[in-house]
Structures are given as C-alpha cells and as structure tokens.
Design a binder for this molecule. Structure first.
Ligand SMILES: Cc1cc2nc3c(=O)[nH]c(=O)nc-3n(C[C@H](O)[C@H](O)[C@H](O)COP(=O)(O)O)c2cc1C
Length: 362
C-alpha cells in the first residue's frame, strides 16, 4: 500500500508525493482581483506539495464576492497569474487553478448585481465585503437561458488558466457555492431541467466539468465536492444517491482526480454528524480520490494504507508550514497557524512562516 511519499499519476501529471495543498482563500490580490507578486512567493514556498490547488479564483465578476480574492476572467488577471505559476514551476512544483462561482454567497456591493443561485433563496449569515460583514441578500434564480453564457465563462476561465501556466483546473463544486446550491435539494427548488430529480440537479456540475474538460482536457480537470452535511446553509435530504450519481458521472468524464472535503464529527474547520460518503464514492469513481479535512500525517497514512484515498489535501497545515512534506518526512513538529492573518493583506502571516529550523540547518 502506498505512503504519502510515494509518487502518484493523476491524469496528465506525475506527482512526486501524495501530500497536496488544499485550496485556501487568502485575500492577497488587489481590489480589482488581480494577483500580486507576493502570491508568487507564497505559492513557490509551498512547491514541495505533490500538487498545489490554488485559492478559489473568481471565474466571472458575478461569481466573485470575496474582498481581495483573485479572479481569472480578465486578461489583466490572467497575465498577473503568469509569474505565480512560473515561480511554482521554477521551484519544482505543480499548481491547479480552483475556479469559483459563489452563487448566493456574494454581496452586491462587490459584484454590482443581485446574487444568483439555483432558486430564490438567501444564504444564512453575513457576506464578506470591503465594509465589513453584511447580511446575505436574496438571490434570484439563474434563468435557463443564462446557463449557456455561464458555461462559456467557465470555458474562458479555463482557457485563461492554461494560458496563465496552470497545470490544470479544479471546479469548485463544494462548500455551499453555486454548483453545490444546484446539487442539493435544500437550495434547489427548480422545476426545469436543472432541478428536481438527481439527474437534473447534477446537470450543471456535469456541464461545467465538461466545459472545462473540453478546453484543458479531462486529464487536467479536477472537481471538489463536500458531500457530508450542511455547509453555508446548503444541504441535501438524501446525500448518498445524489453524490454517488455525481461521482459516477465525473468518473465517466474521466477527470484527473476527485477531491472530497468531509469534515469529521469533531472537525475543527466545520464539523458534521453525517458520516463520510467517501467509501460509497470510492466504489463508483474510478480515478484517483483525494480526501480532506482535519487530516494529520498519521490519519492520512492510515487512509492511504486502507485504500480509502490516493492522496490527501492539507489546508491549515500548509498556511503555517511551507515545508510540510519535509516536516512529515523528518517527523518534525508543525507550526500553528494564526487565524487573524488568514484573510488579512500583506506579507504578515502569509510569506513569513519560516521553514523548520532543523531543515534550514541540515
Ligand atoms: C483560510 C481558509 C481559506 C479557505 N479557502 C478555501 C477555498 O478557497 N476553496 C476551498 O475549496 N476551500 C477553502 N477552504 C477549506 C480548505 O480547503 C480545507 O477544506 C479546510 O481547511 C479543512 O482542511 P484542513 O483541516 O487540512 O485545514 C479554506 C479554509 C481556510 C482555513
């Protein structure tokens, strides 16, 4: 059975290890959502990961409502990603771009328009805006005739991702954002071809994945799902048939890997009483399966040994341990991350987490 330090082939790429960096929003782009040189330093520091999945990156003006998060819908944004991917490659790494449409979780003060979703619903809680947190606004349902344009935006963002030097694209279909709002029956009350039975609710996921795969190839396309339990007010009454149907459809497309974020019951970044669906999904998804949420090195090794996963993504450990793979290899202590600087601007809490002293001296 493989260990975290064994190589792995995912689609078009040979990866040196199975320790992946999870997608992490950090808010170090400009107010116009243009990547900055600081981001090149940050990602290059973490190039030891088998694969880096970028922070969620807006695929359209409508879809991005997070202050100072990057986008990839304009040429300027695309050009500014080039030094980031180049720095990762120069440091020996590989990086996928996570494409994000937040659906009802945006605020109109950022996007300039009413949020859209599967149906007319409102997210619970408060949106991040440039003027602090503000209550979510009622979303309007996406009209049927708007969906082709949405798919075109996914295609264009995927083209830009390749042009910017990314090694592939991950569709963000998790965590209660637009695609997830369509998937689950708690937020999708449509009665057209995108609502109702499971085959309809997975339609947007499948079409968006096909749109991306049509541009970058299925072997450079990945998808992230969060099947076990409520997230940002999005939940499903019967998740196993829904998410196994979704995973089977993604398997048919032949994507490079499927990542599942499944918080455990006592999770420290989201917790869910719903057991993981990964054992069911493993049976229907033929490609590499990547698991996430609250994994330690030990728990990750166990999952690989048990054949439950082919790789594991680490989120918060990568914020504060740029040399995570080397620390795991040497059995070194991990540095704690500081929540105060997760989404702040500037270099503090971003590029100033040092490599382990033992590794610097070695
Ligand atoms: C600061 C922060 C930002 C995050 N941003 C994203 C994101 O952009 N896209 C995404 O899919 N998940 C995001 N997540 C979730 C992480 O990818 C991951 O699922 C979570 O941190 C649990 O994994 P961990 O226990 O290894 O940290 C974020 C989490 C944190 C802590």
């Amino acid at each position: 059975m493989p260990s975290l330090f064994d190589p792995l082939r995912i689609g078009a790429l040979d990866l040196p290890n199975r320790v992946f960096m999870a997608p992490l929003t950090r808010g170090r782009a400009t107010r116009e959502h243009v990547p900055t040189p600081l981001m090149a330093d940050y990602y290059a520091q973490r190039a030891g990961a088998g694969l880096i999945i970028s922070e969620a990156t807006g695929m359209s003006r409508q879809g991005l409502g997070w202050p100072y998060a990057p986008g990839i819908w304009t040429s300027e944004q695309m050009e500014a990603w080039k030094p980031v991917t180049a720095a990762v490659h120069a440091a020996g790494g590989r990086i996928f771009c996570q494409l994000w449409h937040m659906g009802r979780i945006v605020h109109s003060s950022l996007t300039g328009e009413q949020p859209v979703s599967a149906s007319a619903t409102t997210g619970p809680g408060n949106a991040h805006t440039y003027d602090g947190r503000k209550p979510y606004e009622a979303a309007r349902p996406l009209a049927l005739n708007e969906i082709p344009a949405l798919l075109d935006q996914y295609r264009r963002a995927a083209e830009f991702a390749l042009a910017a030097g990314f090694d592939g694209v991950q569709l963000h279909a998790a965590n209660g954002y637009l695609i997830d709002q369509f998937l689950r029956d708690g937020s999708n009350m449509r009665d057209d071809a995108y609502g109702g039975p499971i085959e309809n609710r997975i339609r947007l996921l499948v079409e968006a994945t096909q749109a991306i795969a049509g541009v970058v190839g299925p072997e450079r396309t990945a998808v992230r799902l969060s099947p076990n339990g409520e997230t940002q007010g999005v939940d499903d009454s019967d998740p196993v048939p829904l998410f196994t149907a979704a995973a089977a459809a993604l398997s048919d497309i032949g994507i490079a890997f499927l990542e599942l974020r499944e918080p455990p019951p006592h999770g420290t970044f989201g917790a869910s009483p719903v057991p993981p669906l990964s054992p069911d999904i493993r049976k229907v998804f033929a490609g590499p399966l990547v698991l996430n949420s609250d994994y330690t090195q030990e728990r990750a090794e166990q999952a690989l040994r048990a054949g439950e996963a082919d790789a594991v993504t680490f989120g918060r450990p990568y914020i504060s341990n740029p040399d995570l793979v080397a620390r795991f290899q040497r059995g070194l202590a991990l540095a704690p991350d500081d929540m105060k600087t997760w989404y702040s601007q500037g270099s503090e809490g971003y590029v100033d987490y040092p490599a382990a002293r033992e590794l610097v001296q070695a």
